[in-house]
Design a protein around this ligand. Structure first.
Ligand code: FES
Ligand SMILES: [Fe+2]
Length: 460
């Protein structure tokens, strides 16, 4: 009977573009950027720069600390004379790890047979060898030069013959009214995708504002007028926001390969201010191909944070005073309130550039990659990467926030005003390059204040 007939039920696939299958083979990560070990092009390039390797606080317990930097296993310590050392991890005798060594008044002594190393790798003693043994003169242990600065230990891991001077950036040279507090955070992913964040300022509009609670301030939800500027050694972005009766011109920068600075993350653009400097001064340091660290200074004090919005007690090892920068949050909180850590680490252990689709707002990222690639090639060809000049002993940097009162005009006119003002602000900052230190700061602040009365903008 008809009523007993079983009608086959065919459930067809939903209609739509569904290109999952055609795109399910991801290209490989680009080895030129991702491989950072000894002898690899990117690793050799990164070794041409002074970089922080740890916080000195980590070395204060009287025992050596095992580190991995640029794919190389190392040991760091502070000896009894107060000198810092950064040596190859494995003893030159029979390779016992010096993380189990005994720190001496001078240098470190291996625990196995007592070979004794100075901080520059000189072997001071081989106590088990007969008197007259020449082995300690024939062998020199691997060591790298280090410099301590405000609680961070910096190292140069490149060829000694071409070691550059330590780049004393103006923001770490000792700005009045500013205290540098070090911190370090480890990321389980390649260094480049973390480093790129500063040249991706549009993420703040979405990740930190519109798609989420306001992780910073309300003004950050505004899409800024965005420009990128590049020189052989640096890329910097200007972000100009219209916020109520104020125009806020923010400059953030990355000096290649990975030295980046941003202004106050609590900036609300409600008050007039001129050339306020970095709240975060950071280096993204490659541990190996799939791990990196941000080692950085948070700046505190009246010059950067007059209303004391920072929380100094939260800044240190694996901790900084704004949310979403570490793995130390419950997974459900990470999902409901994602921030920089989730966005960057979830890209994967090594970013696959061939699977990306860069848009116009990624121009800063593209510039950064192109110049880093140029630097890698320069080192590969036997040259040196470009560096920023030292002016009066310091390297002038551009990071700044300027907020000025200009009442809104019709949209087209306002856009033009913002563009012209941004150009004028950066012209002043760049003209300051002829000066250094206090003279530069005074010149820039005075010239920026003068822009308020400049006839080019006074119609507002
Ligand atoms: S292995 Fe270090 S002294 Fe022998
Ligand atoms: Fe961010």
């Amino acid at each position: 009977m008809d009523s007993d007939r079983v009608v086959p039920l065919i459930i067809t696939a939903p209609k739509g573009r569904y290109v999952g299958y055609t795109k399910n083979q991801r290209p490989d990560p680009d080895p030129e950027f991702m491989r950072v070990g000894p002898g690899k092009p990117c690793g050799e390039y990164l070794r041409r720069f002074w970089q922080p390797v740890c916080m000195t606080e980590e070395l204060a317990k009287g025992v050596p600390v095992r580190l991995r930097i640029l794919g190389e296993d190392l040991v760091a310590f502070r000896d009894g004379s107060g000198n810092y050392g950064l040596l190859h991890l494995h003893c030159s005798h029979r390779n016992t790890s010096l993380e189990f060594g005994f720190i001496a008044d001078r240098g470190i002594r291996c625990c196995y047979h007592g070979w004794h190393y100075d901080v520059d790798g000189t072997i001071l003693e081989t106590p088990g060898e007969p008197a007259g043994s020449k082995i300690r003169e024939k062998v020199c242990h691997g060591a790298y030069p280090v410099i301590e600065w405000h609680g961070l230990l910096f190292a140069y891991l490149g060829p000694a013959a071409v070691a550059p001077p330590f780049p004393l950036f103006d923001t770490i040279a000792g700005l009045p009214g500013t205290e540098l507090v070090p911190y370090k955070i480890v990321y389980p992913c390649n260094w480049l995708q973390v480093c790129e964040n500063t040249m991706d300022p549009v993420h703040t509009v979405f990740l930190h504002s519109r798609l989420n609670r306001f992780q910073f301030e309300a003004a950050w939800q505004v899409m800024p007028q965005l420009e990128f500027h590049e020189t052989p050694a640096r890329v910097y972005a200007t972000l100009t926001y219209r916020w109520k009766d104020m125009l806020w011109v923010r400059t953030q920068e990355t000096t290649y390969p990975s030295f980046s600075q941003v202004g106050a993350f609590w900036e609300d653009a409600e008050e007039e201010k001129y050339f306020r400097r970095a709240s975060i001064t950071k280096w993204t340091v490659a541990i190996d191909d799939t791990h990196c660290m941000i080692i950085a200074f948070r700046s505190f004090g009246p010059a950067i944070d007059p209303h004391q919005r920072g929380k100094r007690e939260l800044v240190g090892l694996q901790s900084v005073d704004f949310d979403g920068q570490t793995e130390l949050r419950p997974y459900d909180v990470m999902q409901r309130d994602p921030s920089d850590y989730e966005a960057q680490v979830s890209i994967g252990p090594m970013a696959t550039h061939g699977a990306e689709n860069l848009g116009s707002t990624d121009r800063g990222v593209a510039i950064l990659r192109r110049n880093i690639r140029t630097g890698i090639k320069a080192v590969e060809n036997g040259g040196e990467p470009p560096r920023l000049p030292l002016a009066g002993g310091e390297v002038n940097t551009y990071v700044q926030d300027t907020v000025m009162p200009f009442r809104p005009r019709p949209p087209d006119e306002d856009e033009k005003l913002m563009k012209a003002l941004t150009g004028a602000v950066m012209d002043v900052v760049r003209r300051g390059d002829e000066l250094a230190g206090a003279a530069r700061r005074e010149f820039i602040e005075r010239a920026l204040r003068d822009l308020k009365r400049d006839p080019r903008f006074s119609a507002g």
